[in-house]
Design a protein around this ligand. Structure first.
Ligand code: GDP
Length: 196
């Protein structure tokens, strides 16, 4: 699959406004600032693909990108924003859960976590929802360039160990948009999900 031709299709305020539930979707989730937009831009080799999701007021939207006919990347709203009111947070957590549990065309979930602060409560919640729905998960430990190689490896081992507790198909890899680490692993995983 050629991810470089990916283009923006539409935004949806909630799962009821998503396009028809057919074809294949792969979703990207992560805490705000985890490096999700950078990863999408790196994958697709586009400077501004995921910029739409950063425009103030649009951060709470689900953004859909098309790789090819019937193959979509879904940029889920970042979670864990400190400044968002509690009520809004709960509303969005419910919406994310609903998407992960009910979207039939969802074939895989990529969860991005800053390698220095992995597996926060909501990260674990995302993985749990996916595993419950038998959706395979790829955890990317982002900004790996921020750690020296020893610390990088020990974080990777620690998160791999922790991921066993989910009793599901959860793969963990290191990633850096800055240094282009893990991009091939991401592509391979997406290829496998888009070609079942
Ligand atoms: P998002 O909120 O999850 O979409 O995160 P962004 O992609 O906007 O990244 C948040 C911040 O982390 C920005 O300041 C990025 O420049 C920085 N960042 C993202 N990826 C990397 C990376 O691979 N290495 C480093 N050092 N910084 C990164």
């Amino acid at each position: 699959w050629n991810y470089h031709v990916t283009h923006f299709v539409t935004s949806a305020p909630d799962i009821r406004h998503l396009p028809a539930d057919n074809g294949i979707e792969v979703a990207f989730a992560g805490r705000s600032n985890a490096g999700k937009s950078s990863a999408l831009n790196t994958l697709t080799n586009q400077k501004n693909l995921a910029r739409t999701s950063k425009t103030p007021g649009r951060t709470q939207l689900i953004n859909l990108f098309q790789v090819a006919e019937g193959a979509r990347l879904v940029d889920l709203p970042g979670y864990g924003y400190a400044e968002v009111p509690e009520e809004m947070k709960l509303k969005w957590q419910r919406a994310l859960g609903e998407y992960l549990q009910k979207r039939e065309c969802l074939q895989g979930l990529v969860v991005l976590m800053d390698i220095r602060h992995p597996m926060k409560d909501l990260d674990q919640q995302m993985i749990e929802w996916a595993v419950q729905s038998q959706i395979p998960v790829l955890v990317l430990l982002t900004k790996a360039d921020k750690l020296a190689s020893g610390a990088r490896k020990s974080q990777l081992n620690m998160v791999r160990e922790a991921s066993l507790a989910f009793m599901g198909d959860v793969q963990v890899e290191i990633f850096s948009s800055l240094k282009k680490i893990g991009v091939d692993k991401l592509r391979q995983k997406l290829d496998s999900w888009f070609s079942p």
